[in-house]
Ligand binder design. Sequence first.
Ligand code: 3EB
Length: 330
Amino acid sequence: MIQGCEDPLLQTLPRQAPRVSYRLTDVASALAEPGTLAVLRFGSGGPAIDDPRLLQVALESVDSPAPMELWQVDAEVQYGMQGALRWSSGGGWLFAAIELDETEHGGPLRTAQLAYEQMHRFVGARGTQHVTRVWNYLGAINQGEDDAERYKQFCEGRARGMGSFFADGFPAATAIGHLDSAPRLQVYLLACDQPGTRVENPRQVSAWRYPRQYGRTPPSFARAMVLPAGDALAISGTAAVVGHASAHHDDLDAQLEETLVNLEALLANAHMAAGFDTRSPMKAYVRNSGDVSRVRDFLQRRLPGVPVLLLHGDICRRELLVEIDGWRYA
Ligand code: 3EB
């Protein structure tokens, strides 16, 4: 499929990064704004609106009312559905989302495999084949022991479903456990018709090289991705992992400090100036709801002015209490 009616000359210019922001407006007016590529609504509730660009994410915001996340581009946006997949595109960018019910596909491995097969087939056929960033939300992520743990099953299915599509390198990603009772896997992504540049963290072993103790199939993601024009960094889920090990088991403040050091290491390795600012929307995923106010206080103190969306969710290693992802614009 071809992009809308764009000037072919414009397509050769580096693609300007979508703007990501958190807002408390109503969904209908957010969707009506020019250039809205996606609206992410967190948790349950809110009016039912049938628009492929609106995704109801299975994670609850700790704030009420919950802010929405908007992705916007300076271009006309087209959108549609294809089977279980919803998509929108504009300005060389593609948003695509899929939600599958595990009970119909037999557990996290098969469901992840199916989701990734469908996603890469769709994305590959559209010309927006460079997947820069993926989010994965599945239920009961820490359930099961050792290789049977649901996160590890998910990792195996994801790798199978990716096949050779990501042979040149994995996208930046987040994988978090939702607390919804319905066993659904949600995967959504941002892709582009131009490639980004992967960034790893010198303080951490690359996830795809994790040793055997973390599962048969190591997690398929890059630590961050510089978007094609070099104007933004998409930062993967980042936690208190040093080398390949989790640091500061069950010590929330120490995990938060270590996570900030990891985030700064990513900026440095991407050759970006240090620090996060008012244009750097971040999400913090908090395992225990009792920790929410401490996480909020910490982030207000250490990342003043940074828009932070606090979500209740399980991190993929049991000893990790918090994980942060987000965007940093140049
Ligand atoms: C870590 O550093 C923490 O499986 O897609 C972070 C980001 C983590 C993405 C994924 C997992 C994923 O290993 C966990």
